[in-house]
Design a protein around this ligand. Structure first.
Ligand code: AP5
Ligand code: MG
Length: 222
């Protein structure tokens, strides 16, 4: 019997380390479904669901949304993609989330992005987001075709509430305290690979090379 064509990947990295940018490229190049907890939460906030209303106060303050809310949302999303290879971006973010996920789904690999804090703070200042889709732009590095407008829909772009410097600093502290320790959790399982750098355009070709060699063992390319 042919091996199942399935691959479950997770991207760890501080806020602004390039998870969204790199996960989108991986999803495009290896045909994985991109599941970004932040984008899914922002979609809930935008459509004013009960979950979105509860999550909003935490997100605006740059705090983590309580585990039970995020876990419920993400596991529900994962049940929709049982047979599609996927990449998680922004989840899990705490030990508790990692443990619940590990009971439900065994990750095949975890990629961790390591970018210095000063580079991150500088970047986030210029980021503009199309909230409904999660598409991101940067005033210097990736400007939209028309300033302030999404390339695909023409909608207005916004600066995320939690991209203000004070909130970014809190998110970085939270990352060090809660998420960075997950590296050890996955290292012990033997599925962690760390990539250091300051630019996604330099980091991504290395990630791509690594996955290109790894994915055939899981039945890909998909
Ligand atoms: P989330 O949306 O996941 O935010 P984050 O992890 O803080 O990360 P970001 O989206 O800010 O950055 P990124 O790493 O994706 O980088 P990007 O590619 O955009 O979460 C938001 C909130 O939701 C959390 O704070 C929390 O409240 C809640 N939440 C989400 N998941 C949760 C969970 N599991 N548990 C609890 N709460 C949860 O790149 C960064 C920027 O850099 C871009 O603007 C890019 O254009 C720019 N840039 C600048 N220079 C370069 C360059 N040289 N190369 C590439 N990009 C560059
Ligand atoms: Mg992101």
């Amino acid at each position: 019997m042919a091996a199942p064509r399935m691959f479950k990947l997770c991207l760890l990295g501080a806020p602004g380390s390039g998870k969204g940018t790199i996960a989108s490229r991986i999803a495009r190049d290896f045909k994985l479904k991109h599941l970004a907890s932040g984008d899914l939460l922002r979609a809930q906030v935008l459509s004013k669901t009960e979950l979105g209303n509860s999550a909003n106060q935490f997100m605006q303050a740059g705090k983590l949304v309580p585990d039970e809310l995020v876990v419920g949302l993400m596991l529900a999303e994962l049940t929709k993609v049982r047979t599609t290879p996927w990449i998680l971006d922004g989840f899990p973010r705490t030990r508790e989330q990692a443990e619940v996920l590990h009971k439900e789904e065994k990750l095949d690999f975890v990629v961790s992005l390591e970018v210095p804090d000063d580079v991150i703070i500088d970047r986030i200042k210029g980021r503009w987001t199309h909230l409904p889709s999660g598409r991101i732009y940067h005033t210097e590095f990736k400007p939209p075709e028309v300033p302030g407008k999404d390339d695909i829909t023409g909608d207005d772009l916004v600066q995320r509430e939690d991209d203000k410097p004070e909130s970014v600093r809190k998110r970085l502290e939270m990352y060090r305290a809660k998420t960075h320790p997950l590296k050890e959790f996955y290292d012990v399982l033997g599925i962690l690979r760390v990539f250091h750098g300051t630019e996604s355009n330099v980091i991504y070709p290395r990630v791509h090379n690594f996955l290109k060699d790894l994915i055939p063992a899981y039945g890909g390319p998909f």
